[in-house]
Design a protein around this ligand. Structure first.
Ligand code: BMA
Length: 342
């Protein structure tokens, strides 16, 4: 026998207060590939410690190329390309490192290069690789252009330390190139945009998305993940939020949408995270509780996202999602105008 009054059974019952989003059951926006992880150090043709945080692109011949961050047993990182016809398995990995630090000409790289994000730039008919260069001053953003992932034109450090998590937009915005990046300033670790006429000189710096505060999953430190996806509704950005806990950090993913022609304007920002460390290969590794995508490819249907992410700073994993579903989720689960000033 019930010992309480169920308000739903009362005439004209007031609507029960719903816990946030209980009325909108979240479908899994990303589905992990069952054969994850897709690349580990065991796959490598030379001795390494770990492979993670790869940039991704679909090549004209249909191959998927991952430009992986590889940490060797000095503790420093270089980049190494892996190619696969289906983007899932049978990876053909370069026999030697593809892009290594060159500290003689680029002293900002004395402690290695990390976390590449690849953007194909039709105007240049080249791929732009924005990566982290690491030296005594901290991490900075470096840029290189390539046609074939064999030879690279290096631009050196374009955003001085402390800065990272950068990707170029694939086309000019009102005549200028646009770069998303994450400097750390006295106000915190927020996402910024900067513009350049020539990819070398950057200005008009602006915060576009602030880390939230307090108990939020994305409090205090955020950064761009894979390069922004251009959709009819705006630039869709997957970003990471870092939650500090007594046991360490948890890296999770969130979504935000920015205006197509004025990408410094945040149109929508998801409230909840959409993907976080759950499986054993995400929860345990050199750095536990990390999912960290630096690249994606879009399927032939123009909708399916193959998201490539580093798992626990140890291996590479794959999850698939749908651009349409991400946009629909943002419609239901976001706050407008919360890019800054939270
Ligand atoms: C970030 C970057 C990533 C790394 C993550 C978790 O600051 O350095 O390369 O995956 O931390 O360690």
């Amino acid at each position: 026998m019930k010992s309480f009054i169920d308000p739903a059974e009362l005439p004209n019952a007031p609507a029960l207060e719903q816990p946030i989003q209980s009325a909108r059951v979240d479908p899994a926006l990303f589905t992990r590939y069952s054969g994850n992880p897709i690349l580990t150090r065991q796959n490598w043709p030379y001795p390494i410690n770990s492979v993670f945080n790869a940039g991704a692109v679909r090549l004209p011949d249909g191959d998927t190329l991952l430009l992986c961050r590889v940490e060797d047993r000095t503790g420093l990182s270089h980049l190494c390309a892996a190619r696969s016809a289906n983007g899932i398995d049978n990876w053909r990995i370069d026999a030697k490192p593809t892009l290594v630090a060159n500290p003689r000409d680029y002293p900002e790289e004395i402690w290695g290069i990390e976390d590449p994000r690849i953007t194909y730039v039709p105007e240049l008919e080249q791929y732009a690789v924005a990566y982290t260069s690491f030296a005594r001053g901290g991490p900075g953003v470096s840029l290189a252009l390539t046609r074939d992932f064999k030879s690279f034109e290096r631009f050196g450090v374009i955003m001085p330390p402390e800065d990272k998590d950068a990707a170029l937009l694939p086309r000019r915005i009102n005549g200028n190139w646009a770069m998303i990046h994450r400097p750390v300033t006295s106000t915190g670790a927020h996402m910024w945009i900067s513009y350049s006429p020539d990819l070398r000189y950057w200005g008009r710096h602006k915060v576009i998305l602030e880390a939230r505060r307090g108990g939020w999953w994305d409090a205090n430190k955020i950064g761009l993940c894979s390069p922004p996806i251009e959709t009819s509704k705006g630039w869709l950005m997957i970003y990471h939020g870092v939650r500090q806990t007594a046991a360490g950090s948890i890296y999770r993913l969130g979504l935000a949408l920015f205006d197509l022609e004025r990408p410094e304007i945040c149109l929508k920002r998801g409230n909840a995270w959409i993907f976080g460390p759950e499986t054993s290969y995400e929860r345990a590794g050199d750095v536990s509780d990390v999912v960290f995508p630096c690249g994606q490819t879009i399927g032939a249907d123009g909708d399916t996202i193959q998201l490539y992410y580093g798992a626990a700073d140890s291996s590479m994993a794959l999850a698939t999602g749908s651009t349409r579903a991400l946009l629909a989720w943002l419609d239901l689960n976001s706050s407008a105008g919360v890019g800054t000033a939270n």
